[in-house]
Design a protein around this ligand. Structure first.
Ligand SMILES: CCCCCC/C=C/C(=O)SCCNC(=O)CCNC(=O)[C@H](O)C(C)(C)COP(=O)(O)OP(=O)(O)OC[C@H]1O[C@@H](n2cnc3c(N)ncnc32)[C@H](O)[C@@H]1OP(=O)(O)O
Length: 363
């Protein structure tokens, strides 16, 4: 059906009514009320029946929608009805389920970004390197989050491809820097990290981490900025900063003690204690743990149900909770990064990186 410049005929109207019944995607209550109102206006003219009582909520909403059309002429209502159905039909056919390869958003080399069922999924995609985060990957995650903040998704998921969620910062990021450039590179690294963590602090929609396997370093510390963290029972959580001559980031120096208490946070952030998924759940870092054999099925069923919740209410709740802490989190982020900038120039840090890369020792 196409929009008719000459005015919709009775035949166009009847065919639009049939078309509505064939829609595969529920257009939502607001649109259904609009369709109802335009239908009544077209077939009966302006609303002149008494307003239903306060407890007759559904009929009152329908009456209000119809009454809001005032004296809109029948022909215009008919045209608007036909146009609305035409728009719904075209978005309905473009929203048919497509294979993941077709849904994949272009422009990312280190990620696979897809949108389905009002969920945008950002999947880190360097499985051979355990999804270690390169500079390009930090930038692509920021771009994907920026796009997801504006798309029509209700929830955003970050997950990993392969057996790891992520092994944290790619230690190659510290290599091949000419000696005279170290300070400049450390400064650039701190700016990148500030912006990366800042995206998670400011993100306006619910963020869900789907932890498919072990998580290390920064991929763990930013979990304190997520709204839900679902983990496979195969996942582990490890922040070996001291071993690497580094210090905590991702606002974890603030969020971890708040989430799990000072003593447990110190064990993780200072002494590098690796937690199992169940331990991380008991300490409040993880929302729920699922058996690995049913992990994807159970988590995605849950998320699909959550994605049908009223979108605006969900986003407003997220923002209300986050707004209380935003300023503090940005200050923590800035403080952690200036400490790290110094740490990256230390012998302790350089030795640990060289040690990993020369395979003398693995963490
Ligand atoms: C812009 C700067 C921002 C900085 C932010 C600050 C962030 C800090 C952190 O995230 S600190 C944490 C850093 N991560 C690590 O220290 C983990 C290092 N990796 C390991 O310890 C191990 O690789 C492992 C335990 C994750 C997995 O061990 P294993 O199962 O034995 O696999 P391999 O070691 O053989 O790994 C396969 C392949 O991947 C490469 N790789 C894995 N992790 C990293 C990494 N973080 N950086 C670089 N490369 C990594 C590994 O070298 C192997 O590569 P190869 O097949 O040999 O080419």
């Amino acid at each position: 059906m196409s929009k008719t410049a000459m005015g919709a005929s009775q035949k166009d109207f009847e065919s639009a009514m049939n078309q509505v019944k064939l829609l595969k995607k529920d257009p939502g209550n607001e649109v259904k009320l609009k369709l109802y109102a335009l239908y009544k206006q077209t077939t009966e003219g302006p609303c002149n029946t008494p307003r239903p009582g306060v407890f007759d909520l559904i009929n009152k909403a329908k009456w209000d929608a119809w009454n809001a059309l005032g004296n809109l002429p029948k022909e215009t209502a008919r045209q608007n009805y036909v146009d609305l159905v035409s728009d719904l039909s075209s978005s309905d056919s473009s929203s048919q389920v497509k294979p993941e390869a077709d849904r994949k958003q272009p422009g990312y080399e280190t990620l696979v970004v897809t949108s389905e069922d009002s969920i945008t999924k950002i999947m880190m995609n360097r499985p051979a390197k355990k999804n270690a985060l390169t500079v390009q990957m930090y930038r692509e995650i920021m771009l994907a989050l920026e796009a997801a903040s504006k798309d029509d998704s209700t929830l955003i998921v970050l997950t990993g491809n392969g057996d790891y969620y992520s092994s944290g910062n790619d230690l190659m990021n510290f290599m091949n820097i000419p000696p005279g450039e170290m300070e400049k590179e450390a400064k650039n690294g701190a700016i990148l990290l500030r912006d990366f963590v800042g995206c998670f602090i400011d993100f306006p929609k619910p963020l869900v981490a789907v932890i498919n396997g072990p998580a290390v370093g920064i991929s763990v510390t930013i979990l304190g900025l997520f709204d839900l963290v679902y983990a496979s029972d195969r996942a582990t959580f490890h922040t070996p900063f001291t071993h690497l001559g580094q210090s905590p980031e991702g606002c974890s120096s603030y969020t971890f003690p708040k989430i799990m208490g000072q003593a447990k946070a110190a064990e993780m952030l200072m002494f590098g204690k690796k937690l199992t998924a169940r331990e991380a759940c008991a300490q409040g870092l993880v929302t729920e743990v699922f058996p690995d054999s049913t992990f994807q099925k159970e988590v995605w069923t849950r998320l699909k149900a959550y994605s049908k919740l009223p979108r605006n209410a969900l986003h407003i709740s997220k923002q209300s909770i986050r707004n209380l802490e935003k300023e503090k989190l940005h200050a923590v982020n800035a403080g952690e990064n200036s400490v790290l900038q110094e740490r990256w120039l230390s012998d302790e840090c350089m030795n640990a990186v060289v040690s990993f890369l020369s395979r003398k020792a693995k963490l």
